[in-house]
Write a protein that binds this ligand. Structure first.
Ligand SMILES: *Cc1c(COP(=O)(O)O)cnc(C)c1O
Length: 395
């Protein structure tokens, strides 16, 4: 036994300390984060979380490399927790646990890529169909996977035009379409109806086993299970795979998500890895073991009735915001089970001040879970109304 000599002398003065300037930089950033902690009304990230009992795990590098249901030689993984998370989401999205496989991702995009990849492996000659209102990452995924892809028209409210879907599928003469359905579009909160899609596909002469449906549920995947009359969005409704963001309607200190697919299809992407004596069915190599614990804590500590009330709160805030805009003569709108309010784009200083996103002449407000009163909405509405008034804009 011997100490290794290289770092024994005092050549490296205080190697574990930051300089005073760098410490000050970090402190300033901490102040910034504290001050703006609950800023968000323009993007769907919720900040009503408290994972303080998880802080102690930041002393460990938790790495869930590989698949949680396979033996893994790496000790510091949170696989048993990941199993419980996937079991919970299998229930939420109505598929028997033994008929599906899924894992905790780095976010909605990774889950979309994984689902579309599985669809592509099932149908190597497949072509992707997604809507013009789909998240920008879908086109990127098609490019990465070198998957031929067609963007389908969306209507004014952001919902896929199903007749155009069928028209494009027919025109392209593909035998095995891979259809991406938006379960909550990023800008307008629109939901593509997978029941309607399947009905139109049947009418067009397709058997169900000849095409694939991936649901991008990044936005509304944690909303719909908790409303009284959800749009179709589960495996029971016809999804083949789906992806949900963990940092949006759940809320987490780091980006994360959940992806689920039918087990029979996942098995086609499995690879064996000697190096960690494990097999892998995921997109990444190393995976975040901490986010698994956050999602696990979220599902364990919140009873279903709490989660229903939390979503009801969001929908009440949406209704309040739409009503208040309309009373002021501004044609704001929303749609069924949506946490998004869409309205005409105000001046840049106003949408910037309230950290709101804009796209194609509209701006949106998202009823995030940390808004427990109407204060932030009221302040935003007042500024938008004053802005249109000042510029003499009437609708
Ligand atoms: C946010 C979002 C995504 C991307 O999810 P990330 O978790 O940011 O990767 C994909 N699709 C939709 C509809 C989204 O709203």
């Amino acid at each position: 036994m011997a100490d290794l000599p290289m770092l024994q002398n005092d050549f490296y003065l205080d190697p574990h300390r930051l300089s005073p300037e760098d410490t000050a930089k970090l402190d300033a950033f901490y102040e910034h984060c504290m001050k703006h902690r609950y800023f968000n009304i323009g993007y769907p990230e919720s900040y009503d979380f408290d994972y303080s009992d998880q802080k102690r795990f930041l002393d460990f590098h938790l790495n869930n490399c590989g698949a949680w249901d396979e033996f893994c030689n790496y000790q510091l993984q949170s696989f048993p927790f990941e199993k419980e998370v996937i079991e919970y989401f299998a229930g939420l999205f109505k598929i028997p646990f033994n008929k599906c496989w899924g894992y905790v991702t780095n976010g909605g995009t990774e889950g979309n890529m994984w689902g579309i990849y599985i669809g592509r492996e099932k149908f190597p000659e497949g072509t992707l169909f997604y809507s013009r209102e789909s998240h920008y990452s879908v086109a990127k995924i098609a490019k990465i996977l070198r998957l031929p892809a067609h963007a389908v028209l969306a209507d004014e409210k952001g919902e896929m035009v199903y007749s155009d879907l069928i028209k494009q599928i027919k025109n392209s003469r593909v035998k095995h379409p891979i259809i991406l359905a938006n379960i909550g579009t990023t800008v307008k909160g629109a939901i593509d109806n997978i029941a309607t899609i399947q009905q139109k596909m049947t009418e067009a002469g397709f058997n169900r086993q000849d095409y694939y449906i991936h649901c991008d549920e990044a936005l509304s995947g944690m909303v719909l299970p908790f409303v009284d009359d959800p749009q179709p969005h589960t495996f029971a409704d016809g999804a083949d795979s789906l992806s949900v963001s963990g940092h949006k309607n759940i809320g987490a200190p780091m980006p994360c998500g959940i992806a689920l697919a039918k087990k029979e299809n996942v098995d086609s992407i499995k690879v064996e890895i000697d190096y960690i004596a494990c097999s892998d069915k995921t997109m990444s190599g190393s995976r975040n073991g901490h986010t698994v614990l956050y999602i696990w804590e979220f599902i364990k500590k919140h009873r279903p009735d709490y989660l229903r009330a939390r979503v009801a709160n969001q929908l009440a805030l949406v209704k309040y915001t739409v009503d208040k805009f309309r009373q002021a003569g501004i044609p704001a709108w929303t749609q069924k089970n949506s946490v998004t309010v869409v309205f005409p784009k105000p001046s840049e200083e106003v949408w910037q001040k309230h950290n709101m996103a804009t796209a194609g002449g509209v701006t949106h407000f998202v009823a995030t879970c940390h808004q427990r009163n109407t204060d932030m909405a009221d302040a935003m509405i007042a500024d938008v109304v004053a802005d249109f008034k000042r510029r003499h804009i009437r609708f």
